[in-house]
Design a protein around this ligand. Sequence first.
Ligand SMILES: NC(=O)c1ccc[n+]([C@@H]2O[C@H](COP(=O)([O-])OP(=O)(O)OC[C@H]3O[C@@H](n4cnc5c(N)ncnc54)[C@H](O)[C@@H]3O)[C@@H](O)[C@H]2O)c1
Length: 334
Amino acid sequence: MEKVTIIGAGSWGSALARILGDNNHQVLLYDRDEATIEEINKYHTNIAKLPVGKLPDSVKATTDIKEAVTFGDVLVLSVPTKVIRGVITEINEVVDKPKLIVNASKGIEPDTYKRVSEIVYEVIDNDKILGFVALTGPSHGEEVINQMLTVIAAASTSQEMAERVQKMFSNYTYFRVYTVNDLIGAELGGSIKNVFAMAAGMLYGLGYGDNARAALITRGLSEMRRLAVALGAKEETIYGLTGLGDLVVTTTSFHSRNFQAGVKIAQGKNLKQTLASMSMVVEGARTALSAYQAARKHNIYTPIIDAVYNIIYHQQPVKEAIDELMLKALKPED
Ligand SMILES: NC(=O)c1ccc[n+]([C@@H]2O[C@H](COP(=O)([O-])OP(=O)(O)OC[C@H]3O[C@@H](n4cnc5c(N)ncnc54)[C@H](O)[C@@H]3O)[C@@H](O)[C@H]2O)c1
């Protein structure tokens, strides 16, 4: 049995607590939001983030970061990536002994293009890090909290740590975890796919159909492969659960906040209005900026990422961006 602290009691953190509780691990959820923590401790629910579904009674919650960090031998990060630097700085101030860090958040930092593993090793004293594993793949909290069949991956440079996380989360009923040895590829795939999820929502919002979505998924996959490989990923990882798998689930599901944000933007809201109207994190917006910057730096051809970037950061009308993509010179597929 593992002692696990989950940092971030949102949609995904709560769903992960469900799995770990079902697997008989000791779980403490941490969040800065007092109302959420009180609701979890009193009623074992998180209605605002997961309207249908309950947490096991054994799962406890706290707003005290020191108590949270001291409790777990394993720390699972599940907060929006824009607060990761701040949150792990707080963790570093109170961490008492080496911990296994498992990251479940998906994003790349703008300007630095850093993945979460890079930020963690930069901010937390390295003698307090036992290992780092990215837990990522096609998964919506709304399904996991209701014990619906889900298969994702534990990616790490350490096979031992990846297997520890695999065993911790797998339960032979509804949740199965594969190990992956390409941490860079897994982190990049899980992050970049959110840009295409926004694009899929934009297509849907303008009334395009399944043909357009299928084109987006396949051409998006090409872009994701080109960019991720340039940034150090293995090509095969992009075709696995953490790349293609996550790309498919997020471009085809209304559960995806990134997809929902894309729909709103296509219907005329700007990014600020869209984000203000959503109670949950939309990682794709920030990742569109980081992916666009990284693609320019490495001179990688990313027309769809560029279109999403221009739509959300330069207010280009969605229809105009789509017309520009359609008017590009005809060429072989790859
Ligand atoms: N929701 C999903 O199904 C899902 C699945 C896989 C991965 N993810 C990833 O997990 C991460 C979290 O997503 P989510 O959907 O749970 O988001 P969410 O918006 O539902 O929850 C985020 C939580 O983080 C808390 N938080 C924010 N800033 C904080 C801070 N400074 N200190 C402490 N707590 C803070 C918020 O109070 C909130 O409870 C994202 O990177 C997302 O891409 C989500």
